[in-house]
Every structure is written in structure tokens, then in C-alpha cells.
Design a protein around this ligand. Structure first.
Ligand code: UT7
Length: 331
């Protein structure tokens, strides 16, 4: 019997309607369109404005988009994983609610937290469940309502992040298509440089923590930038080397959308030409767990069966990695 590979067989996505432009940010903090565009590549982001709606809203919409496109009965899904850094509630996994709302009545569900690498790590988890033969249909969702943890008076973070969600379905493939290889890494040094200080078990919420704005994301951008550029490129080059892939063999680079300069540096180290580098940061900013599936959704029509995709991500923690996958279908 041939080895079971875990292939992506469907993609869905959702972004909220509200567009937060660089021009609007100019009215909130001391910044300007030219600085944001040249330093990050971002022009606008989507924001989920409606009160009472959390990350699950984005995740459910993305999953429903996938189910509709694939004409899939949700009762067939075995497992729902939601990668997110902004769960609906600190306790009670968002994925469990999402699974129920989409009608995945036979599934179990849980969240996965690895900041901006959450979806990449989730791909590894989903693929392992499939290739082991244990499950047949794993729905992996990456969704974040970053606007819920951003201080719109902090120009170091508010220009970067946006809200969105994306979903993929993993299924067994016996033609050798799907997940091929991965390198996943982490380093706890990172939590000094990218974190939410309060609201966790070390420093539970108090009136003071709220007044001190300790429930918003803090980022030492310059340090994170340096780690991201080096580490994302290192693992991506390594995964090409050990799979004997030349730049010509790589059809698409699917990089986490943190900053266009980080993506350009990674592509350049790998020797990948610009037209093969998936990019939508200009429209969505950094949506944390959602960047990779949003890219897949935007570019799905251009992928061909058998194409070699290299995924790369870097995020808080620090967490990072690269994953090699062969695309399994023509749209
Ligand atoms: O996805 C998770 C991982 N996160 C990342 O990968 C983010 C990595 N970091 C970055 O993308 C970049 O570091 C930022 C976009 C956050 C910042 O870009 P930078 O080129 O590292 O800028 P900087 O922080 O070194 O600041 C350069 C200058 C400073 O002014 P002085 O000290 O040179 O006078 C800042 O005060 O730019 C100033 N500055 C701004 N100016 C206008 C910082 N933020 C802004 C702003 N608008 N929004």
C-alpha cells in the first residue's frame, strides 16, 4: 500500500467589510501613508467592528465559505482546529463553538496557539492526523481578531495588524501529493519582545493593568524584525536543500505576511523570483493566524495540481518554521 500523504483539498476565507486605511490611521496616531507603505508594504486592513462578535465569527464565515465551495457535509468532519492568538474567551476553546456552529456534529475540536506561526504549526498537526490514518477529514482554521488586542494610540503596532480568517480541509492522498516535509522551531527568548503583559496567569487583570494598557500587544519591532528575517530565511533555505529543490522547482512561496521587507529578504535568500511570492499584505496587513490561508484563498485559482509550495512563518514566542507541500487539485 502506498504511503498516505495529507493534502489540502479545499480552501475558504473571510474578511470583515470595514477597511482601515493608512489615511484613517494618520488621524489616530503620528504616522503617514509613505512611512507605513515603505516600512511594511501595508495600505489597508480589515476590522471587525460589530460589538459582540469575536474570532469565532471570522472562523465560522471562513469555514462556511469552504463548505459551500466544496459542497461538503460538515457531519463528515472528524476534527476542527482553530489556530488563534485571540480566542473568543480565555477559557472554552473557540474551535469547539465553531465546530458546533458549522454543524460539525461528529467532530472534536480544540485551539492551537503559536502566534503568527499558529496556522503553520496547525498544518503539521492536521497532516500528522491524516497521514497516520487516524482521521479522514481535518478542518484547519486560522483566524484572529487582532483589533481586539491593539491599542489604536500605539503607532508601533496599530499600523500593522488586521482581522480575518481562513480555512483549509486536509484529506488523505495516495498520489504522493500534499504535505512533504517541515521544519518547525521555537525559542522562549521571544516573549520579552512580543507579548501581552497582563490577563494571563502571571499577572491577572486588575484595574491597574487595564489603566496601564497591559492588555494590548506590546512589540519591540526592531528586534522581532531581526529574528524574523534570519530565522524564516534559514529554515526555508534548509527545507529546499534537504528536499533537493532548486529555486526553479519551487512554484510558490507562501510567506506569513508580517512585513513586506521580511518576505522580500526571505525570498531573496531562497532565490525565489518575485512573481512566485504570494503577497496580500497591502490589503489585509498582518492577520496573525489568518495570513497563510488568506493567501491560499486569494491565489487558489493560480495553483496547479503538483505545484511545489513552500510555506514560511515567524511569530511571537518566538515560533517559526517552513513547510513543503505539493498542491493536490486544479480549481
Ligand atoms: O508577525 C509577527 C512578527 N512581527 C513582525 O514580524 C514585525 C517585525 N517588525 C516590523 O515589521 C518593523 O520593525 C516595524 C514595521 C514594526 C517598524 O519598522 P522599523 O523599520 O523597524 O522601524 P523602527 O521601529 O526602527 O523605527 C524607525 C523610526 C523611529 O524614529 P527615529 O527613532 O528613527 O526617529 C520610530 O519612532 O520610525 C519611527 N516610527 C514611526 N514613524 C511613523 C515607528 N513607528 C512609526 C509609525 N509612523 N507608525
Amino acid at each position: 500500500m502506498s504511503q498516505i500523504h495529507a493534502a489540502i483539498t479545499a480552501v475558504g476565507s473571510y474578511v470583515p467589510d470595514y477597511v482601515l486605511t493608512n489615511q484613517e490611521l494618520e488621524t489616530l496616531v503620528d504616522t503617514n501613508d509613505e512611512w507605513i507603505t515603505t516600512r511594511t508594504g501595508i495600505k489597508e486592513r480589515r476590522i471587525l467592528k460589530e460589538p459582540g462578535k469575536g474570532t469565532s465569527f471570522l472562523a465560522i464565515k471562513a469555514a462556511q465559505n469552504l463548505l459551500e465551495k466544496k459542497q461538503l457535509d460538515p457531519a463528515e468532519i472528524d476534527l476542527v482546529i482553530v489556530a488563534t492568538a485571540t480566542p473568543d474567551l480565555p477559557v472554552a476553546a473557540t474551535a469547539v463553538f465553531v465546530a458546533s456552529e458549522i454543524g460539525a456534529v461528529n467532530a472534536f475540536a480544540y485551539d492551537l496557539q503559536a502566534a503568527c506561526s499558529g496556522f503553520l504549526y496547525g498544518m503539521s498537526t492536521a497532516a500528522a492526523y491524516i497521514s497516520s490514518g487516524r482521521y479522514k477529514k481535518v478542518l484547519l482554521i486560522g483566524a484572529d481578531k487582532m483589533s481586539s488586542i491593539i491599542d489604536y494610540k500605539d503607532r508601533a503596532t496599530c499600523i500593522i495588524f488586521g482581522d480575518g480568517g481562513g480555512a483549509v480541509l486536509f484529506e488523505p492522498n495516495e498520489e504522493g501529493l500534499g504535505h512533504q516535509d517541515e521544519i518547525l522551531r521555537s525559542d522562549g527568548i521571544g516573549r520579552e519582545f512580543l507579548k501581552i503583559e497582563a490577563g494571563g496567569s502571571i499577572k491577572p487583570a486588575t484595574v491597574e493593568t487595564v489603566q496601564n494598557k497591559e492588555h494590548f500587544v506590546y512589540q519591540d519591532g526592531k528586534t522581532v524584525f531581526k529574528f524574523a528575517v534570519t530565522n524564516m530565511a534559514d529554515v526555508s533555505v534548509k527545507i529546499m536543500d534537504r528536499n533537493h529543490l532548486t529555486p526553479a522547482d519551487v512554484h510558490w512561496l507562501v510567506p506569513h505576511q508580517a512585513n513586506k521587507r521580511i518576505v522580500d529578504a526571505t525570498a531573496s535568500r531562497m532565490g525565489i523570483e518575485e512573481h512566485k511570492v504570494l503577497m496580500n499584505i497591502e490589503r489585509y496587513g498582518n492577520t496573525t493566524s489568518a495570513t497563510l490561508p488568506l493567501l491560499l484563498s486569494d491565489y487558489e485559482r493560480q495553483f496547479k495540481k503538483g505545484d511545489n509550495l513552500i510555506f514560511a512563518a515567524f511569530g511571537g514566542g518566538f515560533t517559526w518554521g517552513s513547510l513543503y507541500l505539493k498542491w493536490a487539485y486544479n480549481s
